[in-house]
Design a protein around this ligand. Structure first.
Ligand code: ZN
Length: 437
């Protein structure tokens, strides 16, 4: 399969047997729909943005971990997405993303997905084949020394030492990405899906020089990569704002875009290659920097949101009052009681101060306004409690265990929920990212 793929100078795949390869659009928004009930409300947010002139393409993403916890299969995500597109008459593209897959988990996603997030973070630092790093540098002498990159004021100074170290650190991961990519391409056909490579779920952020080396290696591996998710500086906790140095983030984000533009030309990667921001929901303090950076370079971006929608379901239930509010309270109580079990798989991406969690008995007395105020991500609201929000973010397992009792309640409270789902994605995400300035 590897030999079937040739990357033309324009970054298009020139395999003659293939017409119209899938080319991911410039602006894309990853949306997550844990219980497959909110696709229409999510798409409605994209319709609002489209009405104001910003076409942002929805990508429904759901990882193997989420499917396992909820007890669902990728076909349900595909069915919900396609139905929403049909019912709302969305004229643009949409995708279903096999989120954070590897060789072990990709199988169930092959048939219905057309976007694959190949996660090789676990392979970072695993030693590559003997001599591979040296051979890589011999092939790429341009990577050791002074690299001028348009858009970055000072040239990157990469010593041979640093380049060799970075090659040793990342070549094994890129080789693994190649194996996964070829497995998908064999099953689906070259050019029929979008390929993302993600390295975000690791300890240390990747620097712009490392990104350049990774991209050169990805080109060598002939992966037609359209989005890349590096780990950025700072903390990207689930469902809450960015924690870190915003100025430094903007600097690095902007440099990463410059590195990508350079690598596209230098290594004939797909021309639409862009950054993907994982755990991108609710990172309000970096939306202006992201928006400025993509405008500065006329670059695209993929911003991934997922669990933020499930939290809007809870807010919608709470605002519906009566049984809806009671369900939201029941979920909080159970999440509070199972906190260790719920937080374990997400330990590196949440920061919960347990002393700041309200007691379930107290929450039981709350009004709709109190519950929604504590949960909704409005940092100006004195009722807002980020600890409660993060706990509920990882608490979707509780709702999944309730089965149809939960999903029937979603149907019963639909107007209140869909209003919140749409407004959250449109007002708090799409507007600041794509419609300001
Ligand atoms: Zn991720």
């Amino acid at each position: 399969m590897k030999t079937d793929l040739t990357l033309g100078n324009a970054g298009r795949y020139s395999g003659h047997h293939m017409k119209n390869p899938v080319v991911l659009e410039k602006y894309t928004l990853g949306v997550g729909d844990r219980f497959a009930h909110q696709a229409k409300a999510q798409l409605a947010a994209c319709l609002c943005a489209e009405a104001r002139g910003a076409v942002v393409i929805p990508v429904w993403n759901k990882s193997n971990r989420e499917h396992k916890i909820v007890g669902s299969l990728p076909a349900s995500t595909r069915a919900a997405a396609d139905a929403a597109v049909r019912e709302l008459g969305w004229k643009h593209a949409h995708y279903v993303d096999a989120d954070h897959i590897n060789l072990d988990t990709v199988g169930i996603f092959l048939e219905v997905c057309d976007f694959f997030t190949i996660d090789v973070a676990d392979a970072i630092g695993k030693p590559p084949a003997a001599g591979a790093a040296e051979a890589f540098l011999a092939r790429h002498p341009e990577l050791a020394g002074r690299v001028e990159i348009p858009g970055i004021p000072a040239p990157l100074e990469i010593s041979r030492e640093t380049a060799l170290q970075a090659a040793s650190k990342f070549l094994g991961a890129v080789a693994e990405a190649g194996r996964i990519y070829r497995r998908i391409a064999e099953a689906k056909g070259v050019g029929t899906f979008v390929t993302e490579v993600s390295m975000d779920e690791t300890d240390s952020p990747q620097t712009p020089p490392e990104l350049l080396i990774i991209l050169a290696a990805i080109a060598d591996e002939q992966i037609p990569i359209q989005t890349i998710a590096p780990k950025f500086t700072g903390r990207f906790n689930k469902g809450v704002d960015y924690v870190g140095n915003v100025e430094q983030f903007e600097h690095e984000f902007s440099d990463d875009i410059a590195v990508i533009a350079h690598a596209v030309k230098a290594y004939s990667l797909p021309a639409n290659l862009k950054l993907s921001v994982h755990s991108g929901s609710d990172k309000f303090s970096i939306y202006a920097p992201i928006s400025r950076s993509i405008r500065k370079f006329d670059a695209g971006v993929h911003v991934k949101t997922a669990g933020t929608t499930w939290l809007e379901e809870l807010i919608g239930l709470a605002e519906a009052g009566a049984d809806g509010l009671a369900t939201a309270k029941e979920i909080y109580r159970s999440a509070f009681e199972h906190i260790d079990e719920l937080c374990a798989p997400y330990a590196t991406v949440i920061d919960i101060d347990r002393a700041k969690l309200p007691a379930p008995d107290a929450v039981d007395l709350w009004t709709s306004e109190q519950y929604a105020g504590a949960l909704r991500h409005d940092q100006k609201n004195p009722l807002f409690n980020p600890h409660l929000r993060q706990l509920l973010h990882v608490g979707f397992k509780i709702a999944s265990k309730m089965g149809t009792r939960y999903t029937d309640m979603l149907v019963a409270c639909e107007p209140s929920i869909s209003r919140n789902v749409t407004e959250n994605l449109y007002k708090r995400h799409l507007e600041p990212l794509f419609l300001r300035g």
